[in-house]
Design a protein around this ligand. Structure first.
Ligand code: PHE
Length: 493
């Protein structure tokens, strides 16, 4: 049977950009910048993009295009015995999408509440109380929060219908879900920079402190952000590329994806920090007090700023809707790309029907997400997120770089990349994959390992961090190896 195809090259780039551009660009990137030296952070960030991000994108595209199969089979096809890397990547993806979809469910619920600016009485209590019903600690699961479960179910149903027919439908969906949030971000940008106090926020965002460049943690943050933001190490880019014809351009597509993603991140920072500057001024606090990361930024700080906007409740409702619609359209194409990676991997392995595999993956993904819909769910989400990202992805990236740089012949691989590409990649590619990427990842991993041991993440009790962190990653690894061995035996028997 002929393999499904994207509708065109530009649609593939759209889908790749859609996967890359997500919540990470709007909340994670601006926060990383301000926390790691302001404008000076852009230096390690750009270096990470050029020495690891774009080279590994080319690597993943080439694996998918050449072998024309999902991640596990692509690795196995390049080097016998390496298929477990692909399975591990897909398992990490599964863990990530199980909670990423829950965050989307929160966004969905907020979108609904935007029409009445329901959080106006106090964003913090609204989020932790009315929406999450947060329990007192990680050990208190305290039952499911029904409204979130319902929105989560809706999110999975939407994702199912987008991908069960294959990349032809995805091709159509990304024509909307990629440009729309960019336009909406532009609206938020214009509103943000025209508010009083915007300049102080922007100053805070970009004011460079070059002394941070001597700090290894800043470099670690830059590399981690590049992996997360470009969706590297998830197997997604391999799966997406496997639906391209064999004579496709690689290097040009990788440059476009990488630069577009990082450009959007930079731009989103203006929208976010100008609004924070306004909030700081309106509440008489310094910008550093109102700025916050992650969950807090999207669900507490921004809603607070929206409830303060001049012009009355209608204007506030409009901006509430614009903001949460931006988030949901940003997130949805990232989320279904995670599911698509898993579906591609399983269906290529089992030769099963796409519809069936998609249905099973969506049901299991929904069920796995229920843990984060409990009253203690936020704590678990935080722990699992930290480990899956800090260790899961970077380890996949390291294994990729070692496999191609050291076990396979990187020069041959580079020739492969160049065969049909518009831009010829030089020897720098080999140096990045063989030396720079592995060295930086190994140093970073060791440094972060050390800090994990010194201090339990987020101040959670050790047992919780063990279960949601270390044990989770180890179990995934063991399952990945078992899948690899199991599938080989089936083929041989
Ligand atoms: N790249 C996405 C973002 O920046 C997150 C993501 C990671 C999406 C992995 C899919 C896979 O938000």
């Amino acid at each position: 049977m002929a393999r499904e195809r994207w509708n065109s090259r530009s649609v593939f780039v759209m889908a790749a950009v859609g996967s890359a551009v997500g919540l990470g660009n709007v909340w994670r990137f601006p926060y990383m910048v301000y926390d790691n030296g302001g404008g000076a952070f852009l230096i390690p960030y750009l270096i990470a993009l050029l020495t690891t991000g774009i080279p590994l994108l080319m690597l993943e595209y080439n694996l998918g295009i050449k072998i024309q199969k999902g991640p596990a089979q692509a690795f196995e096809g390049f080097k016998k015995g390496s298929g477990f890397i692909g399975w591990f990547a897909l398992l990490v993806s599964f863990v990530i999408v199980s909670y990423y979809s829950v965050v989307m469910a929160w966004v969905g619920k907020y979108l609904y509440h935007s029409f009445t600016v329901a959080w106006a009485g106090g964003s913090k209590d609204f989020f932790f109380g009315d929406v999450l019903h947060l329990s007192s600690g990680v050990g208190q699961l305290g039952g499911l929060v029904t409204p979130i479960v319902i929105v989560l179910l809706i999110m999975w149903i939407i994702m199912y219908f987008i991908i069960f027919k294959g990349v032809k439908v995805v091709s159509k969906v990304v024509m909307w879900t990629v440009p729309l949030p960019i336009i909406l971000l532009f609206v938020l940008f214009v509103r943000g920079i025209t508010l009083d106090g915007a300049a102080s926020g922007l100053n805070f965002y970009l004011n460079p402190d070059f002394s941070v460049l001597a700090n290894p943690r800043v470099w670690l943050a830059a590399y981690g952000q590049i992996f997360f933001s470009l969706s590297l190490g998830f197997g997604i880019m391999i799966a997406y590329a496997s639906y391209l014809p064999k004579d496709s351009d690689i290097s040009g597509n990788a440059f476009v994806t990488g630069l577009a993603n990082c450009g959007i991140s930079f731009f989103a920072g203006f929208a976010v920090f100008s609004t924070l500057g306004y909030l700081a001024q309106a509440t008489g606090q310094p910008v550093s007090e109102v700025a916050g990361a992650g969950v807090g930024l999207a669900f507490v700080i921004f809603p607070t700023a929206i409830a303060q906007l001049p012009g009355g409740v209608v204007v506030q409702a409009i901006f509430g809707v614009v903001f949460f619609l931006t988030l949901i359209t940003l997130a949805i194409d990232s989320a279904f790309s995670l599911v698509e990676g898993i579906v591609t991997g399983l269906k290529d392995q089992l030769n099963a029907k796409r519809e069936t595999v998609t249905l099973v993956v969506c049901i299991v993904g929904f069920l796995a997400g229920l843990i984060y819909c409990t009253k203690g769910g936020l704590y678990w989400l935080d722990i699992v997120d930290h480990w899956a990202n800090s260790f899961g992805l970077i380890v996949v990236g390291l294994m990729e770089a070692i496999l191609i740089g050291w076990i396979y012949n990187p020069e041959e691989f580079r020739a492969d990349i160049n065969r049909y590409s518009d831009i010829n990649v030089g020897k720098w590619w080999t140096i990045c994959v063989k030396w720079i990427t592995p060295i930086i990842i190994i140093v970073s991993l060791n440094l972060s390992f050390y800090s994990e041991l010194k201090e339990s993440y987020g101040g959670y009790p050790l047992w919780a961090v063990m279960v949601g962190g270390w044990v989770m990653i180890e179990v995934l690894f063991i399952i990945a190896v078992a899948m690899k061995l199991g599938f080989r035996e089936r083929r041989e028997s």
